[in-house]
Design a protein around this ligand. Sequence first.
Ligand SMILES: *Cc1c(COP(=O)(O)O)cnc(C)c1O
Length: 469
Amino acid sequence: MNIDEFRKHGHEIIEWIASYYENLGDLPVLSQVKPGEIFEKFEDNPPDQPVPFEKSMAEFNEKIIPGITHWQHPSFFAYFPASSSFPSILGEMLTSALAAQCMVWQTSPAAAELEAKTMNWLRQMIGLPYYFEGVIQDTASTATLCSILSAREKYSDYTINSSGFGGYDFTVYCSSEAHSSIEKAVKIAGIGKANLRKIPVKDDFSMETEALENQIEIDLINGYTPLCIVAALGTTGSTAVDDLRKIGEIAEMHNIWLHVDAAFAGTALLLDEFRHYIDGIEFVDTFVFNPHKWMLTNFDCSAYFVKNKEVLIRTFEIMPEYLKTGVDSLVNNYRDWGIQLGRRFRALKLWFVIQSYGVEGLKNKIRQHLDLAANFKSWIESESSFELLAPVNFNVICFRYNPGNKTENELNEINAMLHSKLNASGKIFITHTKLNEKYTLRFVIGQNLTERRHVDEAMKLINETANEI
Ligand SMILES: *Cc1c(COP(=O)(O)O)cnc(C)c1O
C-alpha cells in the first residue's frame, strides 16, 4: 500500500467507523454465530499474492462483522463495559501511526512524560494521596500480579528474585467474591493456590473482616507468613466494597502488604459522593483501576498506583548493557515498572479522553449511568415478580425473576432460561453470576452510548420475556 492508497483507504475507514457508530443500535448486540462458523469462512492457506484492500474490506464486512459481539452497542449491559469514545479511538489511531516502543524514556520521551503526567491527573481525579505514583499496565490482572510480586520481593528481602523460592510459606487473603485474577496471580507468583485464603463475605458480599483477622491468627500460629491482602472496591459479581479502613488496620497491625482492586468501580471515585470508599487509603500499598472499563478509554489501559515505587522497581529492574542510557537517574524507564519490556503509548488515548471531556464531562457521563441504574433498580423493586439479590452500590443491578411458589432449583432454571432467551433476541446482552447459589442476572449500565430509551426498552423486553416463560 503506498501513501496515496493509504490516504484513500484511511478516509474510507473513518467513514466506515462513523457509519458503524450511527447504525450500531440496529445490529444484534451478541454475535449469533455458531462455533467454527467464522473459521470455516477463510481459506486454509494464506494468500500467495497480494489481495486488494477493497477485497479485504469486503471480506471484513461479510465474514468478520457477523462474528463480532458489539461491546460499544448501547444495549450492551453484560460483564463490565469496555467503554470507548471517539477521542479515545482517534488517540489510539495516532498511537498506531507512531508505532513507538515506549520501554525507556529515550525510546520516546513524550510517551514516558505524558504517562507520568496523565497518571498524576488520574490520581487527583480519584482522590488518591499525593505520594502515589502511577504507571499504565495492560490490564488489572497484570497490575495485581505486579503487586503480589512486589510484596513477595519486599518480604523476602528480594531473595526470591535472586535465588529462587525456598523457606517461605506465604499466605494471601481476599474475599470469596474477589476476582479470579488474584488466584491467577498467586499461582504465577509461586505462592500456590492452596495458600490463597478466600475469606467469607457478609450479606452485602463484602469481606467479613473478623473472619480475616481469625484466619491471619490461625496462619501465624501454623507458621505461615501473611504476605498480602487484596481488598475489593467493587467486586465483579455484585460490585461489593470491602471495608478498607478495617482491613487496613488489620494489615498494619500484622505488617501485611495491602492491594486494592478497584478495576471497575474506581472510576466512580471521580465523584465526591463515593470517596468514602477509600477511607483508609493511608494503609494501602498499591491500587488499580481500569480507565478501559468505565472511563471511556478503549482497551487496554489499566492505571496502577504504588505508594513506594522503589519496591516496584527493585522487583522488576533489569539493566542489560544495550538498554543503559545517560539519563537513567533522571527519568522514568517504565520497562522497570512492570513485566513487559516493550510498551505501547497508551497515555495518548487517555490524554485525548481527559482533554476532550474534561473532568466535568467524565463526571456527567458517570452520573448519567448512575441515574439510569437507580431507575432500573426502582423498577425491579416496584415489580412483585422480580427481586434484587444484592445492594446496588454503583451501576450494576443484580436481580432475578421470582413469580412466587417456586423452589430455588426451579428459580435457577427459570432465570437461566430467561437469560438465554434475552440474549438470543440480539436486542440486549446481559451476563449472570451466582450469589448464594442463586442464578443472578446482572444488568450493568456503563456504555458510552446508552441512553434512557435503551434502558426502557430493556426493561420492557425483560418483562415481556419473563411473562412468556
Ligand atoms: C475486570 C476485573 C478485573 C480484571 O480486569 P482485566 O483488566 O481484564 O485484567 C479484576 N478485578 C475486578 C474487580 C474486575 O472487575
